[in-house]
Ligand binder design. Structure first.
Ligand SMILES: Cc1cc2nc3c(=O)[nH]c(=O)nc-3n(C[C@H](O)[C@H](O)[C@H](O)COP(=O)(O)OP(=O)(O)OC[C@H]3O[C@@H](n4cnc5c(N)ncnc54)[C@H](O)[C@@H]3O)c2cc1C
Length: 496
């Protein structure tokens, strides 16, 4: 039996593991951390489990291709998906806006709350209805699609046509400016960052109003553990706390890996699912030069962006399960962090998760999107005390705000911990702390990368860096695409 070695046990590596086993390869995964899942994870502090990733998961809706993929991966059980009628609440200056999943109700409500945006709201809701059929391509990687595949996919997505005609060449930031209401702008930014193309928030709103994008009970770590268990059930082996030093290359072929501890493991094929900078610079020792990644990672044109986040975990000794969540709320006073000015925060108390805390307690998380990685890196490298005190300053500001939003939290905060872009880099190797690969302007040349990396055979790439903008569903699909590539190189037919 031919052997596949997978570097990285995040969602994409685990998915590659399952598809590799389903295609009959002897398969081993090597993960640097002590837990599987990579960024799709949670962590425990005192009584509290803090969920580190999923806000919503595309592919929880039966009948979609992503759902079928997740079923193959064993990612969740059908009766453990929560789909709330109010997807998100947004608050600004005491005014509230509810993002309903029922698109007619949503339209009526938005028109009431933001009459100044009547024309844009009508268009948004019309397009959201059309985008209900939008699906992330999970069966075949876009760069591998034949003309026939492209025609088939375009026909399936035909209702997206008018959206792409109007907004296919518009950047998110310019689209958001068309809305006068801060409430609506903040809501759209939560669906897709303003550094993504304009059609992204519309397409994602389409999935929301089609009742996809639910919450899998057990959260991010639950999804990762389920896929990992499926991989093991299929006979795969995962090695945790096993950082890989390099991919061994002989005559232009990957023939094995060497771990940081010097252990050598031979294999017929290697899949790297790590952050792309780790793959190119560490694992492949800078020997492979790739034009696309060279431009994406090094261009200063602003065409590619690397959103990271400052993530505050708050253990609250109070029951907030009846209070509003998830919530995007404007701060009373903007928070300056390096060159980033934070005007609003995303808060989630995971009110459906009984397993995250003992009864009567709440594990809340607050996230802020930031781009100034160098600010944190410099603090961390030059003055750890300043780095720590900056984290404390942020925790204090966020706690003050949380105590206003949730008065029951006042005086009851038992855990407060701040993760920064440097945390994501240190733990997962994330380039500039990026939590979803790269964002791109519509003018950017590169959007996807083939799993094949020119210059090395018997090797394939997986992970959020081969398909912008990343996220769990896309990462999972790239694991499948990487195994399709390995099957192609092995000259065998891929079975899903
Ligand atoms: C705050 C936050 C919110 C998010 N919200 C959502 C959401 O609502 N919905 C959604 O779909 N997605 C969300 N995401 C994004 C999603 O979690 C990621 O896109 C996805 O988990 C990335 O998976 P991956 O396998 O591509 O990469 P990673 O998770 O980065 O996996 C790479 C793995 O490689 C390992 N590794 C690195 N170097 C080595 C080495 N030398 N040897 C061995 N192993 C190595 C790392 O430890 C890691 O486990 C969120 C992420 C964050 C951080």
């Amino acid at each position: 039996m031919k052997k596949v070695l997978i570097v990285g046990g995040g969602i994409s590596g685990l998915s590659a593991g399952v598809f590799s086993r389903l295609n009959g390869f002897d398969t081993e995964i090597f993960e640097a951390q002590a837990k599987p899942g990579g960024e799709c994870t949670s962590w425990k502090r005192k009584d509290y489990i803090f969920d580190g990733a999923i806000r919503w998961l595309i592919g929880t809706k039966k009948g979609t291709a992503a759902y079928d993929m997740f079923k193959t991966l064993g990612a969740f059980e059908d009766d453990k998906i929560v789909v709330e009628e109010i997807f998100l609440t947004v608050e600004h200056n005491g005014k509230k806006l509810y993002f309903y999943r029922d698109v007619d109700k949503l339209k009526e409500h938005l028109l009431e709350v933001a009459p100044e945006d009547t024309e844009m709201i009508k268009e948004l809701c019309k397009f959201a209805k059309k985008a209900k059929s939008f699906e992330t391509p999970v069966d075949k990687h876009m760069p591998e699609m034949t003309i026939f595949d492209n025609i088939k996919f375009s026909m399936k997505m035909s209702s997206m046509g008018p959206i792409m005609m109007k907004y296919g060449k518009v950047d998110g930031i310019d689209y958001f400016k068309k809305f006068k209401s801060t409430l609506i702008r903040n809501a759209l930014k939560t669906l897709a960052l303003d550094t993504f193309p304009a059609y992204a928030p519309i397409a994602l709103l389409g999935t929301v109003v089609s009742y996809d994008g639910g919450w899998p009970l057990g959260g991010s770590a639950g999804v990762s553990d389920n896929i990992c268990n499926k991989f093991k059930e299929l006979g795969g082996t995962i090695h945790l706390s096993s950082p890989v030093k390099r991919v061994i290359q002989e005559n232009g072929k990957a023939v094995g890996i060497e771990l940081d501890n010097g252990q050598v493991v031979k294999g017929d094929y290697v899949i790297s699912s790590t952050d792309i900078s780790i793959t190119l610079n560490k694992l492949l020792e800078g020997k492979i030069k790739d034009e696309a990644y060279n431009e994406i990672l090094n261009s200063n044109s602003g065409e590619y962006t690397f959103a990271s986040c400052v993530f505050v975990s708050l253990g609250i000794a109070a029951d907030l399960s009846e209070d509003v969540s998830p919530l995007v709320v404007s701060l009373n006073k903007e928070l300056k962090i390096g060159n980033d000015l934070i005007g609003d925060i995303y808060v989630n108390t995971f009110k459906h998760e009984k397993s995250f805390t003992p009864e009567g307690k709440t594990a809340a998380v607050v996230t802020m999107d930031v781009y100034d990685y160098n600010y944190w890196k410099k603090l961390y490298d030059t003055d750890v005390n300043k780095y720590k005190s900056e984290k404390e300053r942020i925790a204090k500001a966020i706690i003050e705000q949380i105590e206003i939003i949730y008065p029951k939290a006042k005086g009851n905060i038992e855990v407060a911990e701040v993760a920064t872009p440097v945390t994501y880099n240190r733990i997962y190797g994330a380039y500039k702390g990026a939590w979803m690969g790269y964002g791109r302007k519509v003018s950017a040349k590169y959007r996807n990368h083939k799993c094949k990396l020119e210059g090395i055979d018997n090797f394939a790439l997986a992970g959020q860096w081969i398909s912008s903008p990343g996220a769990v569903t896309i990462s999972a699909s790239t694991g499948k695409f990487a195994v399709q590539e390995i099957c192609k190189q092995a000259d065998i037919k891929f079975r899903s």
